[in-house]
Ligand binder design. Structure first.
Ligand code: NAI
Ligand code: MG
Length: 488
């Protein structure tokens, strides 16, 4: 079987403890490669390599770093098909979706490559005479990046492109379920002419390899995407060292449909919100809020479309819904279906494992009606193809229900009334609001969560500052003998 070592200082190395674990194809259920099982000593080596890499990388001009990121983007595009195949083999998501992601992620490296030499400090007109004051932006140093299994390379790009443009170097800990694509991706950096040690990847489990990265005293920042509980642990540990963190932690996003909405478009939006990627996206529109006057006919139309979804092999172009990625996730989705039933929600579609598929990790697209917002199915992230339909009366009612969750990652609004669209976009407590569309993302636009969905932003101009720190420099322009006992 194929084996993947850690990628440290520009080459693949065996794990310090000599332990490996298997990675599986969720569609077939079969193991297809062995992955290094990293521990604290591997993290130690990777951080040392990233520190050495930092000397060289941060000394380059920002323009030179930008050009390297441009070259990387070319290599990503040339390799997009192969990378997408590896993603699908490890996470079971549709090839069509993963290929569009692997092609698209080149744009993050280009965007931040272009931004690298446009980060300007300021000359500050202070109130002090005889002193010149300016600011400069400096990289943080070694950044630890911890990624999940749903979109490994895309979610890495959101962190890595900005961090590298800013002059940092990286130690990456991908999900134990989907390590291979990140390791394959590492080989592109040498081709693009990056110095060794700028990017490093240590694979393994959260507590064995992830935690030592967060605890490492010479790692300046942790950028994390994953569960809210995982993010909370990372935050607590990082707090002990006053370490920078950014966290992207999922949600329970409302998709709000008003009676004046374009029904067919809204139905497609609801479907894409919950059944795309088998519901395994942080931005899943897992609560469908329907104005009562359109509730029944909307549900009817939704079920017609959802019933047509083709379940099967994620590599095939006509498949709509693939397997759930991990065995634990599969059990979690089925557990939530039972919880929803026990709480009195009505299952109007699906609600069972799919028979006759290999691998045994398929769940039917599932819709519950009669959900009240207090139920667990409306409050907790399922991360699967399970939709909770909640009726509402009017705009105020919709806002109240939409905001009554701990999360605040995204929200959708469907209406033809522009005034209402603007009012809703203001009143919804979420980092992203989509009106008459859903799941639109871009390298140009900031993405992140309100409330328990996280802190910090990825993508867009905002994100590069997450990887920089500002320094204020004061230079006396005339020598004076000021009273040393009083602040200047
Ligand atoms: P997780 O949060 O446990 O894993 C995410 C990453 O964090 C992995 O690389 C993991 O190894 C690492 N990790 C876990 N605990 C850690 C710790 N204490 N210190 C350092 N690193 C640690 O998520 P998991 O178990 O893969 O999925 C569980 C749930 O998380 C899902 O059911 C879903 O609700 C949510 N999730 C959210 C995602 C998002 O995009 N926001 C992505 C994937 C999962
Ligand atoms: Mg976990």
């Amino acid at each position: 079987m194929q084996r993947y070592g850690h990628f440290i200082g520009g080459s693949f190395v065996d794990p310090a403890e000599g332990e490996w674990f298997e990675t599986k194809n969720p569609y077939t259920g079969e193991a297809w490669a062995e992955i290094a099982r990293g521990t604290k000593s591997d993290i130690e080596k990777a951080v040392a390599a990233a520190e050495a890499g930092f000397e060289e990388w941060s000394a380059l001009t920002p323009s030179a770093r930008g050009k390297a990121l441009y070259r990387l983007a070319e290599h990503i595009e040339a390799d997009a098909e192969r990378l997408a195949e590896i993603e699908v083999r490890d996470n079971g998501k549709l090839y069509a979706e993963m290929f569009s992601q692997t092609k698209y992620l080149a744009e993050w490296y280009r965007y931040y490559g272009g931004l690298a030499d446009k980060i300007e400090g300021a000359v500050i007109p202070t109130d002090k005479g005889g002193i010149f004051n300016f600011t400069r932006y400096e990289p943080l140093g070694v950044v630890g990046m911890i990624t999940p299994w749903n979109s490994p390379l895309l979610l890495l790009a959101w962190k890595l492109a900005a961090a590298l443009a800013a002059g940092n170097t990286a130690v990456i800990k991908p999900s134990e379920f989907t390590s291979a694509s990140t390791l394959e991706f590492m080989t592109l950096f040498e081709k693009a002419g990056f110095p060794a040690g700028v990017v490093n990847t240590v694979t393994g489990f959260g507590l064995e390899a992830g935690a030592p990265l967060v605890e490492h005293p010479r790692v300046s920042k942790i950028a994390f995407t994953g569960s809210d509980i995982g993010g909370q642990k990372v935050y607590e540990t990082a707090a002990k060292q006053i370490k920078h963190v950014s966290l992207e932690l999922g949600g329970k996003s409302p998709n709000v449909v008003f009676e004046d909405a374009e029904i067919d478009a809204a139905v497609m939006g609801a479907i894409s919100g919950i059944f795309a990627a088998t519901g395994q996206t942080c931005i899943a529109g897992s609560r469908l809020l329907l104005q009562r006057s359109l509730h029944d006919r909307f549900v009817e139309r939704l079920l017609e479309v959802a019933r047509e979804a083709k379940i099967g092999d994620p590599m095939l172009a006509d498949t709509n819904v693939g397997p759930v990625t991990t065995p634990a996730q599969y059990r979690k989705v089925l557990d939530y279906i039972e919880i929803a039933r026990a709480e009195g929600a009505k299952c109007v579609l699906g609600g069972k494992p799919v028979e006759g598929q290999p691998g045994g990790q398929f769940v039917e697209p599932t819709v519950f009606t009669g959900v009240s917002n207090e139920m667990r199915i409306a409050q907790e992230e399922v991360f699967g193809p399970v939709l909770a339909v909640i009726p509402f009366e009017d705009e105020d009612d919709a806002v109240r229900i939409a905001n009554a969750v701990d999360f605040g990652l995204a929200a959708g609004v469907w209406t033809k009334d522009m005034g209402r669209a603007l009012r809703m976009s203001e009143r919804l407590r979420a980092g992203t609001v989509w009106v008459n569309t859903y799941r639109a993302i871009s390298y140009t636009s900031p993405f992140g969560g309100f409330k328990r969905s996280g802190i910090g932003r990825e993508s867009g101009l905002e994100a590069i500052k997450e990887y920089l720190q500002v320094k204020s420099v004061w230079i006396a322009t005339e020598t004076s003998v000021a009273n040393p006992f009083i602040i200047r």
